[in-house]
Design a protein. Structure first.
Length: 367
């Protein structure tokens, strides 16, 4: 009876998360926007100042220096290339005063994606008067919103005192950048059947994907050309015909972009063992003898009935080097003789297929 083993791994889009803390280390004065740490910082009104003065923990800070009178949106953080997830920040809102720096009313932090507000976090402040802002930085824990995928953080000051220019100082903005890998795998599967392993996978999208690498037991087995950049579904297959029955194989898929960067999906590996089901079909394939050998060895085959037999020799990398037999053989005892006069010293695989069942074994040629 023919046996079939199917191992399937369904994959969600793969995302690599890298945590970043933006400390605003580049000084900038009066800009309407600037970029640093993978984000673009935008301000309403006068612009953005990055100054060492009043920096939290001696770091520079961002000041949304705005002309918003009586409250309103003072600025935002955006990321046009990758989405992100928020973690925390330090913040202090100020109003203009020639003698003191005054802390005042509420600040709304809004997480947005594609123009829609995903969450709103309100910070409540009482009014203080002090000559230094350092003592009033407030740590804002946004980790409860970390599951939201965002492309913008917007800052809004609620109305408090009219006819005052309003400011917002921010430091140590911590977030994780969702750097999407070149491919989105829909599924990855391995099917063991008739002495071979059929690998197949499907991508829902690809970005700059030059090729795939198939690993077997941590060694490179094959390379398959990718589709470049596409939003269409693509299906791929590879047949591993050099497996040995009874041996467990772990397959891992990797992709390589056009800059030769490799992403290996080790956590999504599939594991499969090929059964040796030759005896179940009434056929018996013996062990090659002698083994190791020089210059020849014999593989005995016992057939209970007439059958189509195909026998080939492969290198361990899967390259076919010789065909021993390919045709119908009568019932009875047979010897498949291997002559290594044209072979180099090393290990080889002998694959014998009797109808739809397969036996694979290793042989060693030693000069």
């Amino acid at each position: 009876m023919k046996k079939l083993l199917l191992v399937t791994m369904f994959l969600v889009p793969v995302v690599l998360l890298a945590q970043i803390t933006e400390k605003f280390t580049t000084e900038a004065y009066g800009a309407t926007s600037f970029s640093e740490g993978g984000l673009t910082f935008n301000a309403t009104g006068f612009g953005v100042d990055i100054r060492p003065a009043y920096g939290f923990d001696d770091n520079n800070y961002m000041m949304n220096n705005t002309a918003v009178i009586g409250g309103g949106v003072v600025g935002s953080f955006t990321n046009s290339s990758n989405n992100f997830h928020v973690s925390s920040l330090w913040i202090i809102p100020l109003k203009s005063n020639t003698e003191t720096i005054s802390i005042y009313n509420n600040v709304l932090i809004k997480g947005k994606f594609a123009g829609s507000t995903e969450f709103t976090h309100k910070i409540l402040f009482n009014e203080f008067n002090n000559s230094s802002a350092n003592n009033y930085y407030t740590f804002v824990d946004l980790s409860s919103y970390s599951s939201y995928t965002l492309d913008e953080i917007e800052f809004e000051i609620e109305p408090y005192e009219l006819n005052q220019t309003q400011y917002l100082m921010i430091d140590d903005f911590t977030f994780t950048s969702a750097a999407v890998t070149p491919i989105t795998l829909a599924d990855f599967r391995a099917t063991a059947d008739a002495g071979v392993v059929e690998l197949s996978w499907e991508t829902a999208s690809e970005t700059n994907n030059a090729s795939f690498i198939v690993y077997r037991n941590n060694a490179v087995l094959a390379m398959v050309e990718g589709a470049g950049t596409t939003s269409k579904t693509n299906n791929y297959t590879y047949t591993d015909a050099t497996v040995v029955p009874g041996v467990e194989y772990t397959y891992v898929l990797a992709d390589v972009d056009y800059e030769n960067n490799e992403t290996k999906y080790e956590s999504k590996a599939v594991v499969v063992t090929v059964d040796n089901d030759v005896e179940d079909a009434g056929f018996e394939i013996g062990t090659a003898y002698p083994n190791p050998f020089n210059p020849s060895t014999v593989v005995p085959v016992e057939l209970s009935r007439d059958a189509i037999v195909n026998a080939k020799i492969y290198t361990l990398s899967g390259r076919e080097i010789a065909t021993l037999v390919n045709g119908t053989m009568n019932a009875g005892s047979h010897e498949l003789r291997i002559n290594a006069s044209n072979m180099t010293t090393g290990l080889y695989l002998v694959k014998v297929m009797v109808e739809d069942v397969v036996n694979v074994q290793k042989i060693a040629f030693v000069k």
